[in-house]
Design a protein around this ligand. Structure first.
Ligand code: PNS
Length: 167
């Protein structure tokens, strides 16, 4: 078996519509584990996103601007091909609850079949965020609930603007 030499780049892909503190927790921990972390926003998601890919990238960049080894980018097409172009050997994903597992397992196995040299690494979501999702955050703020402890300030402001006309 060959010994690993050199630096490890990981790609953390997702829709990030929008980024939550759960994503941020994973980014912070991933940035400690890997030499470089590329947070990659999926451009053409089948879901109807609230924010455009450029808006999602902008919010992410603002949120992680102090993390020196973190790059924010966007991608289209197959994730593993994008990761290979970035020189990454790891895909980073978070798991919140057992309900995430099946979908994540399917993706990890498909990605391994497509490019066996790229390994998927899972981190357990911080327990404070195990209930948190972008979808719920959008629902709660649209109905007037408080999400200030669940998303970065820039995201809260954008969500209020978009869903509540600034209120
Ligand atoms: O945040 P999400 O929506 O759970 O992220 C899903 C994502 C972006 C990781 C997944 O949809 C993806 O990788 N899309 C790119 C297309 C691709 O490679 N599909 C095959 C994956 S097995």
């Amino acid at each position: 078996m060959a010994l690993k030499v050199g630096k490890v780049t990981a790609v953390y892909p997702g829709s990030f519509d929008p980024i939550t503190n759960g994503h941020l927790d994973l980014i912070t921990r991933g940035a400690i584990l890997f030499d470089k972390l590329v947070v990659a926003v999926l451009r053409n998601t089948g879901k109807q996103p609230l924010f455009t890919a450029d808006e999602r990238v902008e919010m992410l960049r603002e949120t992680v601007r102090d993390c020196l080894n973190v790059e924010v980018d966007s991608f289209d097409g197959l994730l593993v091909d994008y990761a290979a172009r970035k020189g990454a050997t790891v895909l980073l994903r978070g798991i919140r609850a057992i309900s995430d597992y099946e979908y994540e397992l399917q993706m990890a196995l498909m990605n391994r079949r497509l490019r066996p040299e790229i390994e998927t690494v899972f981190l357990m979501a911080g327990e404070a965020y195990s209930f948190l999702s972008s979808r719920l955050v959008k629902e709660v703020i649209a109905l007037g609930g408080n999400i200030s402890e669940l998303v970065p300030p820039v995201v809260e402001a954008r969500l209020k603007e978009r869903l509540r006309g600034g209120r």
